[in-house]
Write a protein that binds this ligand. Structure first.
Ligand code: TYD
Length: 212
């Protein structure tokens, strides 16, 4: 259910190295070219407090449940300070990762108990009438080898990027399961294709949103 009119809330997801940043830049360029007022933000992060917590999340060893709870704490602040005010003003919100990442990385990757997450999600995103979540989530899907190859030689890897292959296989499988159960909210894009082909696929999704 969409609780976010009149703005649109779009999140981007995928394995590390899927090419999210490149496609995010192209997508926001398309919105800007059409004069669509939008805000670009990210998780974990998006607020001054959230960005401080991001540093800890990416680089500081911590209990796995602390990690999960901090992801939702960052999200609570982000919704209150940034996302909900922007949507209320009718702006589009383009968010680099949101709750699907928590289900993929903390539940799928880390193996934490799914049932606890529904309660956290309800706490943080529960609004009168249902859950506040993206209207659309673009899932940039790549096989693990592609993700690994793109990360190789990149800047210093963070705590997540240094995980083993099996971790990322679980993350990817969790994303696919989320997509299947999402009733069309998550759109899987084959991000192993050329950048131009992924952009063509994205253009088709934008056209469905009335951005042509
Ligand atoms: P990422 O978008 O990959 O940042 P960058 O492109 O700058 O490396 O996000 C950082 C990491 O955070 C990524 O490895 C996934 C992880 N993450 C979670 O584990 N759970 C979450 O809920 C979110 C939002 C991110």
């Amino acid at each position: 259910m969409s609780l976010t009119p009149p703005g649109r809330f779009i999140s981007l997801e995928g394995l590390d190295g899927a090419g999210k940043s490149t496609h995010l830049a192209w997508l926001t360029g398309q919105l800007a070219a059409r004069g669509i007022d939008h805000l670009v933000t990210r998780e974990p992060g998006g607020t001054p407090l959230g960005e401080k917590l991001r540093e800890l999340l990416l680089h500081e060893a911590m209990h796995l449940e602390t990690e999960a709870l901090l992801m939702f704490a960052v999200r609570r602040e982000h919704l209150a300070q940034v996302i909900e005010p922007a949507l209320a003003q009718g702006r589009w919100v383009i968010c680099d990762r949101f709750t699907d990442a928590t289900y993929a990385y903390q539940v799928g990757g880390r193996g934490l108990d799914l049932t606890k997450f529904a309660a956290l999600e309800q706490w943080v995103q529960g609004r009168e009438g249902g859950l506040l979540q993206p209207d659309l989530t673009l899932l940039f899907d790549v096989p693990l080898e592609v993700s690994r190859a793109r990360l190789a030689g990149a800047r210093e890897l963070d705590r997540f990027e240094r995980e083993q292959d099996a971790f990322f296989e679980r993350v990817r499988a969790a994303y696919h399961a989320r997509a299947q159960a999402s009733g069309g909210r998550l759109r899987v894009l084959d991000a192993s294709q050329s950048v131009a082909q992924v952009q063509a696929d994205l253009a088709a999704v934008l056209a469905e949103l009335g951005v042509a």
